[in-house]
Write a protein that binds this ligand. Structure first.
Ligand code: DHB
Length: 311
């Protein structure tokens, strides 16, 4: 029997596929739809302390090869998502979940994480260090000094299971430098990758999204090779206690298989989920199971991280 069950930290999941933050996770209704699908878990829309309306529309567009977005962190505010994951955690038969968070400033991030620390929530938290779409706010994780400072401060008070969402890196030296920082902290996971930031898609003579004169984060086919490289680079560099969540360009079972081969313990669906809906979880799970069966693999452990190189 083939199993796609997995584990992140002390949490067991019946399936290794879940949504990527930003897709199907803005409202309780959307989160409940993911919960009742074949997904192994859900992650909430990245929450700020207060609710935000986000950027003007159009702010998300699907393309033949993926998607571009500049949402600008629209969300219903921390309490909305925190209350929901606590409610869910107390529901018999509930899956374990992930709460995604970031402040609009380091101070706000600490305020948020202190609230979560003091709450009844015992599940996973994903601190988003990689939002590319808020005008005037650079991505935290491209500034290694700030990233190190924030993590140092966070782990001075935060004792619950925490992971981070990373942007793609494009240079071997940056993989080395980033991994050296992450290895200093008791992170449960790193999630590679967020969208490739600040791409530009044009139709006829005009940009396709309104914010930032059309600049936005790319997802889908455009980003799979970059995502796989980041998953594998961090799998090879991080302490074994820090697991990898693979995100980027997954639209088939083969894509999920490749993320796991590169070292991912869990795989998230973004653009494909937006395009296809929650049916994508069952389809991609079945495709992954078929590949595993053909290769004689029974569990993800049989092939996770076992990417072959050419001698
Ligand atoms: C948004 C986009 C991201 O890639 C992210 O990590 C967080 C927020 C957004 O534009 O809403």
């Amino acid at each position: 029997m083939v199993s796609t069950a997995t584990r992140i930290g002390d949490f067991q999941f019946d399936n290794c596929l879940m949504n990527a933050a930003g897709v199907f996770c803005m409202t309780r209704e959307e989160l409940a739809q993911v919960e009742s699908s074949a997904a192994g878990s859900f992650v909430t829309k990245t929450a700020t302390l207060e609710a935000r309306a986000g950027n003007p529309e159009p702010r998300y567009v699907n393309t033949d090869l993926g998607s571009i977005n500049s949402m600008g962190l629209p969300n219903k505010g921390l309490d909305y998502y925190l209350d929901y994951v606590i409610e869910e955690q107390n529901r018999i038969g509930s899956k374990p979940h992930v709460l995604s968070l970031v402040g609009m400033s380091p101070d706000e991030t600490h305020t948020i994480l202190k609230k979560v620390q003091a709450s009844d929530y015992q599940g996973l938290v994903e601190l988003n260090l990689s939002c590319p779409n808020v005008p005037g706010k650079p991505q935290i994780a491209y500034d290694f000094e700030t990233t190190d400072t924030i993590l140092k401060e966070v782990f001075s008070y935060y004792t619950k299971p925490l992971g981070i969402k990373l942007p793609p890196y494009f240079d071997i030296v940056h993989f080395d430098q980033a991994a050296a920082i992450f290895n200093k902290y008791p992170l449960v996971f790193v999630n590679c990758v967020n969208s490739i930031g600040n791409g530009l898609v044009i139709e006829d003579e005009t940009v396709v999204i309104k914010p930032k004169n059309g600049f936005g984060g790319l997802g889908g086919d455009y980003i799979k090779p970059t995502a796989l490289a980041n998953v594998h680079a961090f799998y090879k560099r991080l302490n074994p206690s820090i697991q990898i969540i693979g995100t980027g360009g997954v639209k088939t079972g083969r894509d999920a298989f490749e993320h796991i081969l590169c070292g991912a313990s869990m795989v998230q669906l973004g653009t494909v989920l937006q395009k296809e809906g929650t049916e994508a979880f069952e389809r991609i799970t079945k495709e992954l199971q078929t590949i595993m069966a053909e290769k004689g693999y029974e569990t993800l452990d049989d092939f996770r991280g076992k990417l072959h190189y050419i001698d």
